[in-house]
Design a protein around this ligand. Structure first.
Ligand SMILES: CC(C)(COP(=O)(O)OP(=O)(O)OC[C@H]1O[C@@H](n2cnc3c(N)ncnc32)[C@H](O)[C@@H]1OP(=O)(O)O)[C@@H](O)C(=O)NCCC(=O)NCCS
Length: 180
């Protein structure tokens, strides 16, 4: 493995800002581009410090290259498909690190946590309909299409988009793992 996961530290704010100020990374993931090191520090304290968010670190340089989060669906996000307490994966890599297989490795570690530590039966993963790179990535990783949520309002971005929701069940996970 070329990467490892670790908890975010407040001192990671400058590096987070460096990576997350990119409009491409932010908009594809669904957050607004970071505006300053101070704001990145606040995001670490309020969001990334929450249980389940991990910095993806390149072993060779010890540098953070992205984030992967295993979040519980909150009661406000509950709907006919999503139940409160179920797990959802979210992730992004800094632009310079796309297309090199790093997220595949990070996902492997995260899925192990989902299905072995949390003992979950399934995990959700969604992407904005236009995000073809995440679509390809998720499909290659074994996620399966489940439903599409039309006209989702993103407060941070200030626009509507369609969210394509994929799922990976424990059965799919075990099948995919046996092929590795
Ligand atoms: C989506 C993402 C996590 C995939 O991780 P990755 O390690 O780059 O994954 P892969 O190397 O398997 O690449 C997946 C696809 O991205 C596309 N891609 C890779 N590098 C790219 C680049 N520099 N520019 C545009 N697309 C690129 C390719 O189409 C690739 O598919 P292919 O293998 O058929 O060529 C990563 O590209 C990323 O962080 N993107 C921006 C944020 C984001 O979309 N997050 C997910 C929100 S749901």
């Amino acid at each position: 493995m070329q990467i490892f996961l670790r908890n975010w530290e407040t001192t990671d704010a400058p590096r987070l800002y460096e990576l997350a100020k990119s409009e491409k990374v932010a908009l594809l993931t669904g957050f607004s581009p970071h505006e300053s090191i101070e704001k990145s520090g606040k995001i670490i304290q309020t969001i990334l410090h929450k249980k389940g968010h991990y910095a993806i670190v390149l072993k060779q340089t010890n540098e953070i290259i992205g984030n992967i989060g295993i979040e519980e669906i909150s009661p406000e996000k509950e709907d006919e498909h999503w139940k409160s307490g179920e797990l959802e994966l979210g992730f992004w890599l800094g632009e310079a690190y796309w297309g090199q297989g790093y997220m595949k490795e990070a996902l492997e570690v995260a899925l192990d946590k989902v299905f072995r530590e949390h003992n979950a039966k399934k995990v959700w993963c969604a992407y904005q309909e236009e995000n073809k790179q995440s679509q390809k990535f998720q499909e290659k990783a074994g996620f399966v299409y489940h439903h599409t949520k039309e006209m989702q309002w993103n407060e941070a971005l200030g626009y509507f988009y369609s969210l394509v929701v994929n799922v990976m069940t424990k059965e799919i996970y075990e099948e995919v793992r046996s092929v590795y």
